[in-house]
Design a protein around this ligand. Sequence first.
Ligand code: F6R
Length: 366
Amino acid sequence: EKGGFDHFMLKEIYEQPSAILDTFRGRMLPNEGIIKMSGIEDNMKTFLNANRIIVVACGTSWHAGLVSEYIFENLARIPVEVEYASEFRYRNPVITDKDVVIAISQSGETADTLAAIKLAKSRGAFVFGVCNVVGSSIARETDAGAYTHAGPEIGVASTKAFTTQITVLTLIALRLARAKGTISSSEFRHHMIELELIPEKVKKALESDAYVKTIADIYKNSNNFLYLGRGYNFPVALEGALKLKEISYIHAEGYPAAEMKHGPIALIDENMPIVVIATKKGHYEKVVSNIQEIKSRKGKIIGIVTEGDEQVKALADHVIEVPETIESLTPLLTTIPLQLLSYHIALMLDKNVDQPRNLAKAVTVE
Ligand code: F6R
């Protein structure tokens, strides 16, 4: 049932082109200029009247929530707060009936996320679910929702759930942006056309697999990794670090690239591999100067760059290319080599990739 792959995780990484396609198929019609999702259409007034969106989630789903903060704010101009469900539920949060809560969960069974939803509902908020598992507890508990349609995710380390969550959240943000008039119809269409191209571009990003494996071989015995990114790719850095921790048991930290000089830069020496997401769109020059700072401290640089990049290539020890896309969609591509890197390192270290120690696929207890 692994479809010819050695592990579910690898199968699920490779399923992402079709999973993302399944997520937007039928919901997005670029030629007609339409995005339609019944959960949004039926509650359009609530969304448009919302003072803010509060995202609640855990783990990888929380990272997808962080990406959505950039997407919602940029496109739809709705303020967003992204909360760990476990913190939110015990914080006596200020919530009113003017808030929309979006709960993100692959399994739909995460105890903390479920509790956060119940709390938000009890205080009058409208709660919208983004789940993968159909009919799950969270899907049933929420007022409305949209499924990711990623298909079953068996590997404990979440991969296709993450990219399909970002896809659904992008569709929602685009739909709301259009309704609010915060983007023009040509921008709206442009985003849809770019999203439609993503499955093919993910396929291309997957072609880096063999090269990523050679990088994995070089750094597999490192004790620490740093992952850096900015803007839309800051959460991708967090997610890359989480993937490595979970399945290879190597300590890794994700950081916003510009925060490096406020502390983590002290960690950098010739033994520290640093994965830097430095795509052409989005703070590129600033990230390049961060890379220069790392280089002068002899850190080993693994750059995730846009196809054809020259500047980072000249500085980095290795560069992994991903196709060009619009800035808001870069996470769907930059995350691919990071998933592969953690997979190959874990495998080379002889770890149980699909069922890492101490972890469960659905965390149904707090
Ligand atoms: C990461 C991972 C966990 C989950 C988290 C939330 O690879 O698997 O961090 O993302 O437990 O799970 P869901 O999305 O099912 O609520």
